[in-house]
Write a protein that binds this ligand. Structure first.
Ligand code: PEP
Length: 252
């Protein structure tokens, strides 16, 4: 792996201030594991406090609104997220696409807004189980990328793509290593088609039931530049187990 593996915890709608002890412990652990780049995306309510507790790791949000401001009750702009102390935002997670009906166009607008506000962006893509069974996984993910990734000078440098098969999220099911390799190769080809040479440097994360005991194998696959982790990021113990695997994969 040429870049440091990027291990990102997505806390989803979990966590009150009591969970800041986990953020602090993750930060302390990451200090010893500099071969991996570590970040967490806590709920928005914890971003500011997590930034104060954890000085080394990246802190991000799980969504942002596409507008700079205005009459959008309950929404949060990218600039507000940055002001709260975040460095990045996750957009297009399948739970947002499903729960909030977010389209590729919406995701692209959010990603563009985040970049304009000075954040980096993790754009999520991934097929459903039915789409994989129908042999459409690569076509679906390719179309999501075409629709969700913003274009423009310097954009590729601020984007990470997370491949998260919907059927693997929170289920304990993981694609075969061959399938992960094939999909990441296909995503890389699409990134180069979209961004030219800069597309070769975009990090691609795998997400979906990553745990300390399967992380090393997944992270050793070509073009897997890290992991987006849900359930296993909620305690420092399991998340740091994945970070250790990533740091070891980076040393080999
Ligand atoms: C996620 O929701 O981004 C995710 C990968 O979840 P889990 O690790 O729990 O499958």
């Amino acid at each position: 792996m040429s870049q440091r593996p990027y291990i990102v915890g997505n806390w989803k709608m979990h966590g009150t201030r009591a969970m800041l002890t986990e953020a602090r412990a993750i930060d302390r652990g990451a200090e010893r594991l500099l071969k991996a780049e570590v970040a967490i995306a806590p709920p928005t309510t914890l971003i500011h406090a997590a930034r104060r507790e954890a000085g080394l790791i990246g802190i991000g949000a799980q969504d942002c609104h596409a507008a700079e401001g205005g009459p959008h009750t309950g929404d949060i702009s990218a600039a507000m997220i940055r002001d709260a102390g975040a460095d990045f935002v996750i957009v297009g997670h399948s739970e947002r696409r499903q729960d909030h009906g977010e389209s590729n166009t919406d995701v692209r607008a959010k990603a563009a807004a985040a970049i304009a506000a000075g954040l980096t962006v993790i754009v999520c893509v991934g097929e459903t189980g039915a789409e994989r069974d129908a042999g459409q996984a690569e076509a679906v993910v390719g179309a999501q990328m075409e629709g969700s990734l913003p274009a423009g000078e310097g954009v590729a440098e601020r984007i990470t793509v997370a491949y998260e098969p919907v059927w693997a999220i929170g289920t304990g099911r993981v694609p075969s290593i061959d399938d992960i390799a094939a999909m990441h190769r296909s995503i890389r080809d699409k990134l180069v088609a979209l961004y030219g040479e800069a597309g070769a440097g975009v990090r691609i994360l795998y997400g979906g039931s990553v745990k300390p005991d399967n992380a090393a194998e997944i992270l050793s696959v070509k073009d897997v530049g890290g992991a987006l982790v849900g359930g296993a990021s909620l305690t420092a113990e399991s998340f740091l187990g994945i970070v250790v695997a990533a740091a070891e994969a980076a040393s080999t």
